[in-house]
Design a protein around this ligand. Structure first.
Ligand SMILES: NC(=O)C1=CN([C@@H]2O[C@H](COP(=O)(O)OP(=O)(O)OC[C@H]3O[C@@H](n4cnc5c(N)ncnc54)[C@H](OP(=O)(O)O)[C@@H]3O)[C@@H](O)[C@H]2O)C=CC1
Ligand SMILES: O=C1O[C@H](COP(=O)(O)O)[C@@H](O)[C@H](O)[C@H]1O
Length: 596
């Protein structure tokens, strides 16, 4: 087992205060009796720099220039100071040096290695996100990006591939090509096997050349299939971890396919990494509107009092894509939509939506609340799950393939490409409130949203104006995660005029109308956070365990019983079974209907 000490208490500071690991990624030796300012920013900045892009909630620049960070509880903190909330500390100079606190950005550097750089995700998301961060001056002054994969490529070839995927934001076109050129000059490539320590030794040598004697921090992004995660981590750990800075690893999903395999993966990773070095990415947590959920709830008096069974009738978490598994059928068939979308993206949103107020905005406080709510969930009954699979369909002379038409998918596959489920949280706040999830591929539109349907107004004076369908008069709050990010509230309103006619109107916060700035891609936020050591938007292992505990039994039952999915045509609204499921709980899906 790895031996670094403090992940339980304050993950981000562990590299500052802990002794080095006997094996695993080498951590700098830093047993320093420095006053505890162990919140992520100071901890993570200890060997880095302060990005101008950091969320301001976490760091306040005091007038004297000292960094103040919000305190989190750690064993090391004197109890009296724990109560202080904000603590301003100016580290003594010698401590700054020992901790590599960034008094002088010249002295530190960050090397980002994209493992699996030849792949789809690297090209589509990771390199463009890194460029966007560079464009916005969010990366440290000294940084280097290495692509690593088995494919043979020169630096120039990698740059050529990467250059095709880079774009500048519409509102940021100045110096775009110049910036791209500068960025590409910082990108290099090393070809190697994922299980070859020798190849990682060679990478380490190249990284060192670029680090040029500076304090070197290293981030590895595992953008590879999961069966080689552990090999790559082992080699990176033993042969290419940072000698005197931090080493972090971003792990892409899937994190296993059930409780057992997920636990086995975590155990295997922890042979080489501390929990606080592992950044399990769920890119939905980096989406603007998902991050905004807590702001909406906890900074607006009007919402939090309504946020319970007393006023909320049901909550709907909806994900749909208007394309199939094109090109990813091989991966998908082993996982299915429940593992691909529900167990992670939608469940993470649910946890953020339903959690109790965290003690603070610190990563551990938020993740503690998320775990609590996940553990409070009732086991999912198989009767509360509907599965579907898309079949081929011809529309307007165009023929769309069925799921099993994909050559990498077995012809008799029962893997669901659509699922709907009713989930319940067994706690005082949410007792009896259905949380309905729906996720599907090859549907009629691309959308991700949260719909909150409120209860009917008791003794409503205006009932007769609504007719018999009270649902049509219910208030509904919609948080549209994508596309066209928006938050809107459906209210009843008097149609202007002499009569008394009511209609339903939206109080609408449409982001593109309200904010001129383009919304950053989720990967930008998450990569920046990983570089900064901010863990709030990454999945902790106990969260992951709780998520798998919830879904594993029902997934096993579906697979053991070989439940046949309901077939739906490509481009349709999905299986009708989803409507029966909702109806069982007196719910109508909010995305179906005239005023969706
Ligand atoms: N693509 C996407 O949209 C998303 C992907 N993910 C996850 O991100 C990770 C990367 O995804 P993606 O880029 O699509 O994956 P790819 O299948 O494109 O694989 C990435 C690279 O890994 C290497 N590789 C692929 N298969 C194997 C194998 N069997 N053995 C050894 N090396 C292999 C290849 O590089 P080389 O041959 O050069 O070594 C390949 O270019 C995966 O874990 C995926 O689940 C998560 C969300 C979305
Ligand atoms: O994780 C995944 O997400 C994508 C959808 O992501 P989005 O940001 O484009 O909404 C999904 O297509 C893929 O199957 C899944 O693995």
């Amino acid at each position: 087992m790895a031996t670094l000490s403090s992940s339980k208490h304050c993950c981000s500071s562990s590299s500052v205060y802990s002794s080095s690991s006997s094996f695993g990624f080498h951590q700098p030796q830093r047993n320093i009796p420095f006053p505890v300012v162990s919140q992520k920013r100071l901890g993570s900045k200890s060997v880095s720099w302060q990005s101008k892009c950091s969320p301001s909630s976490n760091v306040i620049l005091m007038q004297d220039g000292a960094l103040a960070t919000k305190r989190v509880a750690t064993d090391e903190a004197p109890p009296s100071k724990l109560k202080e909330g904000l603590l301003s500390v100016t580290p003594p100079e010698e401590h700054k040096q020992l901790m590599n606190f960034d008094t002088n950005a010249d002295k530190s550097t960050v090397s980002i290695t994209v493992v699996g750089a030849s792949g789809d995700l690297a090209k589509k998301k990771i390199f463009p996100a890194l460029f966007a961060l560079y464009y916005e001056d969010c990366l440290p002054e000294h940084f280097t990006i290495f692509g690593y994969a088995r494919s043979k490529m020169t630096d120039a070839e990698l740059r050529n591939i990467v250059s095709k995927t880079l774009t500048c934001r519409i509102d940021k076109r100045e110096n775009c090509s110049e910036k791209m050129e500068q960025f590409l000059k910082r990108c290099f490539y090393h070809s190697g096997q994922y299980d070859s320590q020798q190849n990682f030794v060679e990478l380490d040598k190249k990284l060192k050349e670029h680090e040029a004697g500076r304090v070197a921090n290293r981030l590895f992004y595992l953008s590879i299939p999961p069966n080689i995660f552990v090999d790559a981590v082992k080699c990176a750990s033993l042969s290419a971890s940072a000698a005197n800075g931090w080493t972090r690893v971003i792990v892409e999903k899937p994190f296993g396919r059930d409780s057992e395999s997920s636990a086995a993966l975590t155990r295997a990773l922890k042979q080489y990494l501390e929990e606080d070095q592992i950044f399990r990415i769920d890119h939905y947590l980096g989406k603007e509107l998902v991050e905004n959920l807590s702001v909406l709830r906890f900074s607006n008096l009007i919402f939090e009092p309504l946020w319970s069974r007393q006023y909320i009738r049901n909550v709907q978490l909806i994900f749909s894509e208007d394309f199939g598994t094109e090109g990813r059928g091989g991966y998908f068939d082993h996982y299915g939509i429940i593992r691909d979308i529900m167990q992670n993206h939608l469940l993470q949103i649910l946890a953020l939506f339903a959690m109790e107020t965290p003690v603070s905005l610190d990563a551990e406080d938020i993740r503690n609340e998320k775990v609590k709510v996940l553990r409070s969930m009732k086991p999912i009954r198989i009767d509360d799950v509907v599965i579907g699979q898309y079949k081929s369909h011809t529309k307007g002379g165009v023929s769309y393939p069925g799921y099993t038409d994909d050559k990498t998918v077995p012809k008799d596959s029962l893997t669901p490409t659509f699922a709907a489920a009713a989930l319940f949280i067994d706690n005082a706040r949410w007792d009896g409130v259905p949380f309905l999830m729906k996720a599907g591929k090859a549907l009629h539109n691309r959308r991700a949203e949260i719909r909150v349907q409120f209860r009917h107004v008791p003794g409503n004076l205006y009932n007769r104006n609504f007719g018999t369908d009270l649902d049509r008069a219910t208030n509904e709050l919609v948080i549209r995660v994508q596309p066209d990010e928006a938050i809107y509230l459906k209210i009843n309103n008097k149609v202007p005029g002499l009569g008394m006619r009511l209609d339903r109107s939206n109080l609408n916060l449409l982001y593109k109308a309200r904010y001129s700035k383009e919304i950053p891609d989720a990967y930008e936020r998450l990569l920046l956070d990983a570089v900064e050591g901010e863990r709030r938007l990454f999945i902790r292992s106990d969260e992951l365990d709780a998520a798998w505990s919830l879904f594993t039994p029902v997934l096993k039952e579906l697979e053991e019983k070989k439940i046949t999915p309901e077939y739906y045509p490509y481009g349709s609204r999905g299986p009708v079974g989803a409507h029966y499921l909702a109806a069982r709980y007196n719910v109508k899906w909010g995305d179906i209907g005239v005023d969706e």
